[in-house]
Design a protein around this ligand. Structure first.
Ligand code: F6P
Length: 317
């Protein structure tokens, strides 16, 4: 087969490990594999080159994506997708492996509907793809967030401060929930818990009156303006308070072994599925077993609430 591979949407650590697995599995199976630069934008522009085994050497442990990535909202237009299909035809590429999040999956679904054999690999730090237990990049981002929160705790406890730390995740609570638990945050605020400001301020005030020296609040992005919240905490609770937005530091860095392994498994699995004639699907790992789900269904699925972890937070924070 002649297989194309691209990364699209936000970069995530482990994308390179997935590219490597696709290229090497393909070549080992007698395929030709083509790297497409800069996501769907590069596909439309014809940025396509054949990859050898050697082209993907020394990338297993690097963050980002050697292919480059982009968000291309215009891909929703049939005319734009037509240009992409022309490029695939020009290079005689019959199948496309698309690594990214739900925007990437939507693009892959539209191409599948137009007759291109597509597979979606979940690559995003957000862990917001419900057709897999974990997305490539989540483990690394979690490690980065934990490392940062541990460091912020040092200053917070030394100065008897309250520290509000905003983590990424788009609309998914997992980065906040997991990092908050792992770092012993006193409060974890996500779109699952919601923000009850009055209750939070009251509780912090009581903590302070009861002699607590410091507090860590981990909060998901897109909940509130954390700098304003810090001012309110300072005004009402008796704590000095600082806010830190971890931001893009969470997207970079060398992938953890968990992300490398997940990427290697899903990269190989994608090529195997193409050989079996299974396409238009998103791959993932559920209960540590490889799984595929039609992309259309995967896009409709919603993550189940983290009931057990939220209960755990109530007991131990
Ligand atoms: O999807 C990954 C992510 O980093 C989200 O956590 C965040 O909301 C978003 O991307 C930021 O997107 P951009 O880099 O396009 O601003």
């Amino acid at each position: 087969m002649r297989i194309g591979v691209l990364t699209s949407g936000g970069d995530a650590p482990g994308m390179n490990a997935a590219i490597r697995a696709v290229v090497r599995t393909g070549i080992a199976s007698g395929d030709q594999v083509f790297g497409i630069s800069d996501g769907y934008r590069g596909l439309v522009e014809g940025k396509i080159q054949e990859f050898s085994r050697k082209d993907v050497s020394e990338i297993l442990n690097s963050g980002g994506t050697i292919l480059g990535t982009a968000r291309l909202p215009e891909f929703k237009y049939e005319q734009v997708r037509g240009l992409a299909i022309k490029q695939l035809e020009k290079h005689d590429i019959e199948a496309l492996i698309c690594i990214g999040g739900d925007g990437t999956y939507t693009g892959a679904l539209r191409l599948h509907e137009a007759g291109i054999k597509t597979i979606g690999i979940p690559g995003t730090i957000d862990n917001d793809i419900a057709s897999t237990d974990y997305t490539i990049g989540f483990s690394t981002a979690l490690n980065t967030a934990c490392d940062a929160i541990d460091k912020l705790r040092d200053t917070s406890s030394s100065h008897q401060r309250c520290s509000i730390i905003e983590v990424m995740g788009r609309n998914c609570p997992d980065l906040a929930l997991y990092s908050g638990i792992c770092c012993g945050a006193e409060y974890i605020i996500t779109n699952e818990t919601g923000l009850d400001k009055e209750k939070l301020l009251e509780s912090l005030k009581n903590d302070r009156l009861n002699g607590r020296r410091h507090a860590i609040i981990v909060i998901s992005e897109n909940i509130t303006d954390v700098y304003s919240l810090a001012k309110e905490v300072e005004a009402y609770s008796g704590y000095e308070c600082r806010a830190t937005v971890l931001g893009y530091i969470q997207r970079g860095g060398t992938p953890t072994p968990e992300d490398r392994l997940l990427a290697a498994r899903l990269g190989k699995y994608s090529v195997d599925l193409l050989h079996e004639g299974i396409t238009g699907v998103a791959v993932g790992v559920i209960k540590n077993e490889l799984h595929y789900t039609p992309i259309e269904e995967a896009l409709k699925m919603v993550n189940s609430p983290n009931v057990e972890l939220n209960k755990l937070v109530q007991k131990i924070s």
